[in-house]
Design a protein around this ligand. Structure first.
Ligand code: IPE
Ligand code: IPE
Ligand code: MG
Length: 247
């Protein structure tokens, strides 16, 4: 397969990494083995994103609704995140990757939050790929928290209600400063957003692939980018814009 050409590269790719459990079940393995294998796919995709010059890669790692899963699975997922940051932070830093975490940071386990903050702090001045980790993230929760911040400012007389524009709302979301995703990929054949970047996805191109997340790799990633490159983005207008005009 040819490499996707630079001219049609999305600037921001966001991925709903789904299907770890089904990948494991298909092999008669416990779900946790699927999550473990999923981390390898994360490494592959982060490397590929850096290689092909994507500016922002957002990975949905744990949703605000994933707490509904059995305690043992939640605990496995937390353990894997911790292990990933401990093991990979130095490499990512060396590769000039900047890490940013989105999601609610309140009430996170005391062994998780410091690691996330360390990852952000260590890599804050890096200039290659920005890796956005959506952890304890839910779009409705993010919007509710943004509205609370805005409402407090209105009550304090700092802003008028009329000043609440889409741009002001953007500025109060966890994703402040990050361009909207050009391309959102979901693996595992499910075709829904599951509370991921609902506001930011207004004009994102959506690509659903049947493979389970642990099977996602460089070639599949490149082929989703090729699919994206064939899409025509209009942003509500009439003039067809090539995908590269994204933002
Ligand atoms: C995605 O795989 C990983 C997380 C949601 C953390 P799942 O665990 O949702 O796997 P399936 O969808 O049950 O197969
Ligand atoms: C979305 O997947 C969350 C992550 C990938 C972290 P889920 O597996 O939680 O979504 P639903 O429940 O199938 O919609
Ligand atoms: Mg799932």
């Amino acid at each position: 397969m040819p490499e996707a050409s630079l001219a049609t590269m999305p600037r921001h790719v966001a991925i709903i990494m789904d299907g770890n459990g089904r990948w494991a079940r298909a092999r008669g393995l416990p779900r946790t083995m699927g999550h473990k294998k999923g981390v390898e796919a994360v490494r592959d995709v982060v490397r590929t994103a850096g290689d092909i010059g994507i500016d922002y890669l957002t990975l949905f790692a744990f949703s605000s609704e994933n707490w509904r899963r059995p305690e043992a699975e939640v605990s496995d997922l937390m353990g894997l995140l911790k292990a990933f940051i401990r093991r990979d932070l130095a490499d990512l830093h060396r590769e000039n990757v900047r890490i940013k975490v989105i999601g609610d940071r309140e009430n996170l386990r005391s062994d998780i939050l410091p690691l996330l903050l360390e990852a952000e702090e260590t890599t804050r001045n890096n200039t290659a790929l920005t890796l956005v980790i959506a952890f304890n993230y839910g779009s409705r929760d993010e919007m509710a928290r943004a509205m609370q911040k805005i409402a407090s400012k209105v009550r304090a007389g700092l802003i008028e209600p009329q000043a609440i524009t889409p741009e002001l709302i953007d500025a109060h979301l966890d994703t402040v400063g990050i361009p909207d995703p050009d391309l959102i990929i979901r693996t595992s054949g499910e075709e829904r957003l599951s509370n991921f970047l609902l506001w930011q996805a207004a004009y994102s191109e959506l690509v659903f692939v049947p493979e389970f997340w642990p099977d996602f790799n460089r070639d599949l990633f490149l082929s989703t980018i090729e699919t994206y490159a064939g899409r025509e983005r209009r942003f509500g207008g009439l003039t067809a814009k090539p995908a590269l005009m994204g933002q």
